[in-house]
Design a binder for this molecule. Structure first.
Ligand code: PLP
Length: 404
C-alpha cells in the first residue's frame, strides 16, 4: 500500500480567503441591494500596458510561421530577457548581477515555494510574523517543521520573528540562529519597508552565522522613497548570502500572464558547492521554461514605452494607497504601509480582533478587507487594505469607512 507525505497533514486548512468569500456571499444574499467594495485582494485590476500588448501580439504572430516559431524555451530563460533584467534591475542600479545568474520562471509564488528544495531538511527556518504563507507552508510540506500548535498558531521548530508597530514592522534578529531567513520588502501584508542600513545589518548577520537570506522583492516597483533599497544586492556581501525573488505580477500586471525570476549569485556557496548549480539543476529537471510569448512581453516591460506606461500604472495604484492612508489617518486610525507598497496595514480600533473589524467593515461600510490574523499570530489586531482597486471604488470605500 502506498503512503503519503504526512507533512501535508500538519497544515491546517487555509481558510482565510474562503472564510472571507463565505461571509461576503452570505451578507450579499441577505442584502442584495448592498454595493460591496473589495479592498481585500492582492490582485491587480488595470489592463496590461499597450507596449506589453503590442509585444504579445507580435510574438503570437511569430508563432504562426515556421521560420519564426518557437518551441521549448531555454530552461533558464531567453537571453534577451535575462540581459534586459540584468541591465535594468541590477547594473543600472549599481548591483553586480550577471545575466547568467538570473533564472526566469512563471512567477514568484512557484519560486518562493520551490527554492527550499535545494536545502537540507535539517535547516532551521526563520520567517516574519505576519508572513506571506507560502514560505511557511512549503517548508512544512518538505518536513522542516514539527506539528502545528493551534494555541500559538505556529509550527513547532520554526522561528517566527514578530513584526509589530514597536519595531516598525522590521524584524529583530531572532534569539536562536536560523539557517534560512525569509525576508520580504516592501512587505506583504504590512506594506513596511526596510532601510539599506537595516538590510545591510541582516546581510552581515547572515554571513556571520552562515545563513542564507531569501529576499522577496515582488513589490519593489512600489518604492517611492530614495533611500529604500530595491534589491538586497545593493548591500555589500549579499552575493555571498542572498537569493532574490522577483515577480512581473505587481509591477506590470502579469498576475494572469505569469512571469518572474530568481537570482542566485555564483558566489553563494555551501563549502565548495554553488547554490547556482543546484538551482540550475532543479530548474532544468523540473521546469521547461516560461513561454516565448510571455518572455517577449517581459522584455517589453524594459522598453522605453513599457517603462513609461508602467510607471503610470504603479502611480495609479499608489494614488489609491495615498487616498486610503490619508483618509484613514485623518479619521483617527493608526495606519502604516502605503508609501512604498500597495498595502495599507491598519490597527483595528478599540482592541477589536481582526475578524471583528472585518465584520464591522462589511456590515456597516460594505467594504471588504483582509484580517491581519490570517497572515500569522502577530497579525491579530491588524487589518490589510489593498490599493489594487479602481480609483472610484477606493475613494468610495474610504468615504464609507471614515463615516462608519
Ligand atoms: N511574493 C509575495 C510577497 C506576494 O505577495 C506574491 C503575490 O501576492 C507573490 C510573491 C506571488 O507572485 P507571482 O504572482 O509572481 O507568483
Amino acid at each position: 500500500m502506498f503512503t503519503i507525505n504526512e507533512n501535508y497533514l500538519k497544515l491546517p486548512g487555509s481558510y482565510l480567503f474562503s472564510n472571507i468569500a463565505k461571509k461576503v456571499n452570505a451578507y450579499q444574499s441577505e442584502n442584495p441591494e448592498a454595493q460591496i467594495l473589495r479592498l481585500g485582494i492582492g490582485d491587480v485590476t488595470q489592463p496590461l500596458a499597450p507596449a506589453i500588448i503590442e509585444a504579445l501580439h507580435k510574438a503570437v504572430d511569430e508563432m504562426a510561421n515556421a521560420e519564426t516559431f518557437h518551441g521549448y524555451a531555454p530552461d533558464l530563460g531567453y537571453e534577451f530577457l535575462r540581459s534586459a533584467i540584468a541591465k535594468n534591475d541590477y547594473k543600472d542600479r549599481g548591483c553586480d548581477i550577471a545575466a547568467d545568474e538570473i533564472f526566469v520562471s512563471d512567477g514568484a509564488k512557484c519560486d518562493s515555494g520551490n527554492i527550499q528544495e535545494i536545502f537540507g531538511l535539517d535547516n532551521k527556518i526563520a520567517v516574519c510574523d505576519p508572513v506571506y504563507p507560502v514560505y511557511v507552508d512549503t517548508n512544512v510540506m518538505a518536513g522542516r517543521s514539527g506539528e502545528y500548535n493551534p494555541n500559538t498558531q505556529n509550527f513547532d521548530g520554526m522561528i517566527y520573528m514578530p513584526c509589530l508597530e514597536e519595531n516598525d514592522f522590521v524584524p529583530e534578529f531572532p534569539k536562536e540562529n536560523p539557517d534560512i531567513i525569509y525576508l520580504c520588502f516592501p512587505n506583504n501584508p504590512t506594506g513596511a519597508t526596510i532601510t539599506k542600513a537595516q538590510l545591510q545589518e541582516w546581510v552581515d548577520y547572515a554571513k556571520r552565522i552562515g545563513a542564507v537570506i531569501i529576499y522577496d522583492a515582488a513589490y519593489e516597483a512600489y518604492i517611492t522613497e530614495e533611500e529604500i533599497p530595491h534589491s538586497i544586492y545593493e548591500c555589500e556581501g549579499a552575493r555571498e548570502c542572498a537569493i532574490e525573488l522577483h515577480s512581473f505580477s505587481k509591477n506590470a500586471g502579469f498576475t494572469g500572464v505569469r512571469l518572474g525570476y530568481t537570482v542566485v549569485p555564483k558566489d553563494l556557496k555551501c563549502g565548495d558547492v554553488q547554490l547556482h548549480s543546484l538551482w540550475a539543476r532543479r530548474h532544468g529537471t523540473k521546469y521547461n521554461g516560461a513561454p516565448y510569448i510571455v518572455q517577449r512581453a517581459g522584455e517589453a516591460v524594459y522598453s522605453d514605452a513599457g517603462k513609461a506606461q508602467l510607471k503610470e500604472q504603479v502611480a495609479y495604484y499608489m494614488q489609491n494607497a495615498k487616498v486610503i492612508y490619508e483618509g484613514l489617518k485623518n479619521a483617527g486610525y493608526s495606519v502604516s504601509g502605503g508609501v512604498n507598497a500597495p498595502y495599507i496595514w491598519l490597527k483595528t480600533p478599540d482592541k477589536m480582533t481582526s475578524w471583528e473589524f472585518f465584520d464591522k467593515l462589511l456590515h456597516e461600510a460594505n467594504v471588504v478587507g483582509t484580517p491581519g490574523s490570517g497572515f500569522g499570530a502577530h497579525g491579530e489586531g491588524y487589518f490589510r487594505l489593498s490599493a489594487f482597486g479602481s480609483h472610484e471604488n477606493t475613494i468610495k470605500a474610504v468615504e464609507r469607512i471614515t463615516k462608519m
